[in-house]
Design a protein around this ligand. Structure first.
Ligand code: TA6
Length: 288
């Protein structure tokens, strides 16, 4: 079991051959491997130097998902908030006897740049834990409100799962749910597929989703994404037309090798009372 760090990132590894790499920038997981097999998709053109949010891996969305709505306290923040573009502090690390390794990161107003702090002036603390096990990767976030007034937030783990071929996979666990389709102006629809196939640009927020979602290829499960304390699941693939508008997406054909299955609380605001904490997390399991 190993944890190695340099000034920019932390590398976790297990004797079984699993490893994960997390940048301090955004506390973004940029790689998760089992033996030599990479399980997350990362754009070859993604900035990794802290100049722009990472395109791929697991960017963390907080305190707003998507474009910030006007007239709300998040209105001046960038799309998806500031967690993914802030430099986090490494808080600590732990190894446990069952062969897992964990690293914790923290973010508070002290580590935000002045401009961001002014745009969202709450007294908050975030603790983000990444735990690597033999065949799974867990991400968990604790949100603390240390101030004297309540605040509202969205939070989401924007996981880019690497897949062999988008045309052969199916996503299970979302049937009969109501979803907001962002490709159709945010209109609401009801899912009617037991196994969802991705054949065009897909950008949907499934509300009040069950905790376990599976990505499979035929009868063979590839991943199970299991959420705790989170309400919704977003399914995103920009497809051939969508990637043309994303400057840092390379190779363009890379949309064939990814699907974002994103667990979060985004359809409604999560309200956190003063002097309170909230937590939510996701376990990504690879069925190899
Ligand atoms: O989670 C899906 C989504 O909100 C899409 O609408 C899509 O644009 C994507 O996230 C990526 O957003 P980004 O700000 O990273 O370009």
């Amino acid at each position: 079991i190993q944890i190695a760090e340099d000034s920019q990132s932390v590398l976790l590894s297990l004797p079984s051959g699993a490893s994960a790499k997390v940048l301090l920038y955004g506390a973004t997981v940029v790689s998760w491997k089992i033996k030599d097999r990479e399980l997350l998709w990362l754009s070859e053109a993604s900035a990794l130097d802290g100049s722009k949010a990472v395109r791929g891996g697991i960017p963390l969305v907080f305190p707003v998902f998507g474009p910030p709505p006007a007239g709300t306290p998040v209105e001046s923040l960038p799309q998806h908030g500031f967690a993914r573009t802030s430099k986090w502090n490494l808080l600590g690390r732990a190894e446990d006897e069952e062969g897992s390794v964990r690293v914790d990161f923290g973010l508070s107003p002290d580590s935000l740049d002045g401009e961001t702090k002014a745009k969202w002036a709450y007294d908050f603390g975030l603790i983000y834990s990444v735990t690597l096990r033999e065949s799974s990767l867990e991400t968990k976030i604790v949100v603390q409100n240390s101030g004297s007034g309540a605040f509202d937030f969205n939070v989401l783990f924007h996981t880019y799962l690497r897949i062999p071929d988008v045309s052969t996979i199916g996503v299970q666990g979302l049937n009969s749910l109501t979803y907001r389709d962002k490709t159709l102006g945010g209109t609401e629809h009801q899912e009617s597929s037991e196994v969802i196939k991705i054949t065009s640009q897909t950008d949907r927020v499934y509300k009040s989703a069950p905790d376990a979602i599976t990505v499979s290829e035929g009868d063979k499960p590839l991943y199970t994404v299991t959420k705790t304390g989170l309400e919704d699941v977003v399914l995103w693939n920009p497809y051939s037309d969508g990637v043309e508008k994303i400057g840092d997406w390379q190779p363009k054909e890379g949309y064939k090798n990814m699907v974002c299955v994103e667990a979060g609380s985004v359809a409604q605001w999560q309200t956190l009372e003063p002097q309170s904490t909230w937590e939510g997390g996701v376990t990504h399991k690879a069925h190899l």
